[in-house]
Design a protein around this ligand. Sequence first.
Ligand code: SAM
Length: 276
Amino acid sequence: MAAIDGLPPLRDVIQRHGLDARKALGQNFLLDLNLTQKIARTAGPLDGVTVIEVGPGPGGLTRAILALGAKKVIAIERDARCLPALAEIADHYPGRLDVIEGDALKTPFDTLVTDGSPVRIIANLPYNVGTQLLVNWLLPETWPPLYQSLTLMFQREVGLRIVARADNNHYGRLGVLCGWRTQAHMAFDVSPQAFTPPPKVTSSVVHLEPIRNPIPCSAADLEKVTMAAFGQRRKMLRQSVKSIGGEALLARADIDPQRRAETLSVEEFCRLANCL
Ligand code: SAM
């Protein structure tokens, strides 16, 4: 492991603080600081940036973000057992790491950063809450959102759904939502062996940047049409969107009723939503 900061190796930190990984908290830790630096670098330049990190655990990714020059990290961790290990990192980088003990799903992200600095969100997310957090970050009332980018680790399967667009097997509600408000790309895969303990599946780091002026559309209406259309993805749209307007709706949106959900572009889904 490369010494990036003079702090002890993560394996020692985990042992000293008794941080045996808990499945219920989605704990699969990254101990290789080269890899955590690669994830942090994917976010883009960090100078002068405040990074919000969800689930720092023993702090491998946190250390990489700080070593790469982030002005500040605000880290939200649910597991109180990790706090002493994170306090050691905070001591090493005075004034640059704030740790909030709590559930990220209940955290009001909009009020976390008050100094006007640019914000990036970086996280090796707990798998059980990752998708919900992403959806929350994509649906704030005001847009563009508080952050300049999201750099997130997911199970590869979820990553594929995030970046999938029309005519792709992985395209669905999540792809439409991400494509509506962001530019999203797969950065790289991470094998199970990179984690302690190793999860069952390959993971992927996905990078998303908000589109400043997405197609005007109500998120609730977009949700309604994607839910109906992808609810029966193998059926023709005339059948799958029957409950929300059927052929009349498709005619208003100028969409061929014989098409299937996965052939519609994000723009066409927005058009359908706007015709509801
Ligand atoms: N970032 C560390 C790393 O890369 O090694 C740990 C990643 S581990 C996959 C997920 C972390 O999220 C764990 O530390 C877990 O305790 C924390 N966590 C789980 N659910 C959470 C929640 N709802 N809010 C905040 N943190 C949570």
